[in-house]
Ligand binder design. Structure first.
Ligand SMILES: C[S@@+](CC[C@H](N)C(=O)[O-])C[C@H]1O[C@@H](n2cnc3c(N)ncnc32)[C@H](O)[C@@H]1O
Length: 471
């Protein structure tokens, strides 16, 4: 069928934007998202699928994406009406249910022959993962989990035996989660632990959108333990202010530097403990960083040396030429010879509020501290970036007691210093959805929030491109 199912990260809007941007701009992964929900995206590639080693290519893609949990190959599709007839919220027409369930089984049976390269005389193990259109949908908790999941487990087991399997077993989810209606499909690290990429073991995904249910077999998945280890085992860390590994990877991808990464120079001028740079390093970029705080500069140098050692690569001699103590206001005078291909950074976002501050307090913070800092960032970035170089930058959105969310006008500052905003999602490339929770509006994609519920200081990701004055 040549279509692939991508399981999106928790922040699905940001994950979808990252994926669309990559499919649009990375020459080796050209393609389009043809359908999506809050959990999955369906992708058609221009020619990746014709490559004999397409599974390896998908692993490469999985490795660079920050917001993708799994990639699966689609084997079939069941339209949503058939699913709703077979598994209605309330059963009234038993005969119709029976007929439609048989139809579904036929489709599943033909998929199984593609999921498992060989069935006869094999001992097979499978895990069914259902990704609903939206998790907070009654249809997920009341029907898909309570009826569709047990149906799939039992029937797939039977079908495999009918097709000659010696043994067939399935992954059992905790019953209490099924009963409570809050089950998460099997996590990527369990997919790895259970060996579900082996010939005789598989994760079979039933991924829902408004259009229907895609049946797919997982080919590759994120290795969260690898990222976690880099993030948590490095010698120096400070989680309060650190950018997350996933967000770091997403920010790097929005720089649109997908080819010859080993030749591309990336700068983080607010390097802190170096999270963004560490992930830029594992993505093969040439890295540079600076910070006003001498201790952080030293700590980042040690973190980078530790990572190079872990990766069994040699530390560049004179690492102190790569990570420097610099106030953002002096950036271009220190890095005057370097022309960076991209800047990826999270400047100071303000204090760590334990309680929501007052509106006036935040306005004062923005005027006295954050505006000057962001102005200096864009002014200096313009000088050190190559023509059309991009900057991925986080700005704060601060919740207040008495005035709602307050933010600085990043766009205005960037425009003043000759940067144009790059919307994070190209709405011309995205199909429209009828559920309002799944719709994108022009204003929503200029920058995308990355925040947990009730977080006081939320991160907002922007991407800007340096205006090329010569053209
Ligand atoms: C939010 S932290 C960056 C966190 C980093 N991404 C990480 O994961 O560790 C912001 C950093 O900006 C630095 N900083 C604040 N003011 C600065 C200035 N004027 N020039 C350069 N760095 C500055 C702080 O020392 C701090 O390390």
């Amino acid at each position: 069928m040549n279509r692939f199912l991508f399981v999106l990260g928790k922040n699905w809007q940001l994950s979808l934007a990252e994926l669309d941007n990559t499919l649009k701009n990375a020459p080796q992964f050209k393609g389009r998202i043809t359908d999506y929900s809050a959990n999955i995206a369906i992708v058609e590639f221009e020619d990746l699928h014709t490559d004999r080693l397409y599974a390896n290519k998908l692993m490469e893609l999985q490795y660079i994406l920050g917001g993708c949990q799994k990639i699966a190959e689609i084997h079939d599709f069941i339209d949503i009406q058939t699913v709703h007839f077979a598994f209605p919220l309330q059963i009234e027409k038993y005969k119709q249910v029976d007929i439609k369930r048989k139809e579904i089984l036929k489709v599943i049976n033909s998929s199984l022959k593609k999921v498992f390269p060989s069935i006869r005389r094999e001992s097979l193990f499978f895990a069914v993962s259902i990704y609903p259109n939206l998790y907070d949908d009654n249809y997920y908790s009341d029907v898909l989990l309570k009826h569709f999941l047990p149906f799939l487990n039992k029937e797939i087991m039977t079908l495999l035996k009918e097709n000659g399997a010696k043994k067939s077993l399935y992954y059992k989810y905790p019953q209490e989660n099924i009963d409570a209606g809050n089950l998460n499909p099997i996590f990527p690290h369990h997919v790895i632990t259970y060996g579900l990429f082996n010939r005789d073991r598989a994760e079979i995904i039933f991924g829902f959108t408004e259009e229907g249910c895609y049946i797919a077999r997982t080919l590759t998945c994120d290795d969260p333990n690898f990222k976690k280890r880099i993030d948590e085992e490095r010698p120096f860390k400070e989680f309060k202010s650190a950018t997350s590994p996933k967000l770091s990877l997403i920010m790097l991808n929005f720089l649109n530097l997908f080819e010859q990464r080993e030749r591309k120079k990336i700068l983080d001028p607010f390097v802190g403990h170096g999270t963004i740079l560490m992930f830029a390093l594992i993505e093969d970029f040439q890295i540079f960083g600076s910070d006003i705080d001498e201790t952080k500069v030293k700590n980042t140098e040690r973190n980078i040396s530790w990572l190079l050692n872990e990766l069994e690569e040699e530390a560049p001699y004179m690492i102190n030429e790569i990570i420097k103590k610099v106030d953002i206001n002096q950036l271009s005078s220190v890095f005057n010879d370097e022309k960076f291909d991209g800047i990826c950074t999270e400047p100071e976002l303000g204090p760590f509020y334990k309680q929501k501050p007052y509106y006036t307090e935040v306005v004062d913070l923005i005027e006295s501290k954050l505006n000057p800092l962001f102005k200096a960032t864009f002014r200096e970035s313009f000088k050190v970036l190559t023509p059309k170089g991009r900057i991925s930058i986080i700005a704060p959105v601060i919740g207040t007691i008495d005035g709602g969310d307050v933010q600085l006008n990043v766009e205005q500052i960037a425009n003043f210093y000759k940067f144009k905003l790059i919307p994070m999602l190209d709405l011309n490339r995205i199909v429209n959805k009828s559920n309002r929770k799944l719709q994108f509006k022009q204003g929503h994609v200029r920058a995308i929030l990355d925040a947990k519920k009730n977080q006081i200081v939320k991160r907002k990701l922007y991407v800007f491109e340096k205006i090329d004055e010569s053209s």
